[in-house]
Design a protein around this ligand. Sequence first.
Ligand code: UGA
Length: 436
Amino acid sequence: MGYVGLCTAAAFVSRSFRTVGIDIDQERTQQIRKGKAPFHEPQLDSMLEKAVKTKMLDATSDISAARETRITFVTVGTPSKSDGSIDLTFLKSAIIDLGRALYGKPGYHLVVVKSTVIPGTTNGIVKPILEHFTKTKVGPKLGLCANPEFLKEGTAINDALHPDKIVIGASDKKSADKITELYELFYRGDLPQVIITSPESAELVKYASNAFLATKISFINTVANIAQQIPGVDVGTIAEAIGLDPRIGGLFLKAGPGYGGSCFHKDLQALINYSRKKGYNPVLFRATEDTNEKQAIRVVNMAEKLLGSLSDKRVAVLGLAFKKDTDDVREAASLRVIGSLKKKGAQVVAYDPMAIPNAKKVFSEQIDYAENSHAALKGADCCIIMTEWDQFRKLKAKDFQAYMKTPNIVDARRIFDPDTFNDLNYVAIGVGHRNA
Ligand code: UGA
């Protein structure tokens, strides 16, 4: 019942499928039973409330509930080990428990791996464990598919209800037919393109998709860093123009402080590690990651350039979440920026509309937390915009002038029009300033 699991469950319920969410964390399942999401995601709370009221959704820590269903989606986390390789501990233990629960079940059961897993996992790891504990071979009575998920935090529900494709990696024809049947029922006349392939291909589609998106961001950040050296050039214009070429496409070309979130870094590291073990060194993806890591350092260097030195300077960081409309700070660029600011001796005061409780788990008392943007700006020597929250866009040049000690602004998300900040020391990623 993490991000993918709970959003998937809510989407199934909204299309009138009776669903049960299973998680070893009892506190989490109790919260879900009350119709409350354990994390912030637009639309999710209202959907859960309704789902629980109509008794279409239940949540439990008792895996035997899976036996009463016809299809089980496995959506456990697949974090990184310290060397970047994928950690399949949760997946293996979930499959062992599921296998035990399904042992001796009369009738057909389909198991669908939605977790992001490296190629070969569904067939090479999930299948033997499942077959061992169910004492049944994948075939007429037991189905197995890999069916990766492409939803994004912040728009997860909409993404689940309107995906641009469904990728099914089926172990056998019956599994492919059963899951296609399910999605035909789910999407009725609105079924997106379904790609049926091998489990290994489906698993690689997911990594290729995230690697491409991450590379697109590192690409535009590279162009931004060049544009920033040329007075009068703004990377936004470059992105707009190149994005009109359908071979390039205009989405995911927003330059900024580098990508964050629980997926891109983790998945790239897993893919690089996997590929190297297979004897191929994917230098492009290493450059994607390297560029991303260095982008945060560039943000700090921009602040340092404005202030001379960061030592004992008060720096207001507006935004901690890895993107707007989420309380998630996992791998957020703000964490890298704040870490570097602290190393350089700056005093950091941060504000985020939603992510402060999660940021406190990382930084505890090492930084100050403000109650709103104005409070964060008060007395600050520099302000760094780290998340593109709508409320930050409403700030005007006069707000920075009124509250800050000196109005030095580093706009790492490029949310302001540089022309309206002429009287301030304003620099933005990808904008070639007169004083560049
Ligand atoms: C990402 C993918 O977009 C989903 O398709 C995928 O299913 C998901 O990972 C996953 O593997 O679970 P997510 O991490 O929720 O989704 O967030 P994104 O919207 O992709 O943003 C990731 C990061 O890239 C954010 O920090 C965002 O600010 C940054 N970004 C995005 C940019 O810097 N520029 C852009 O143009 C777009």
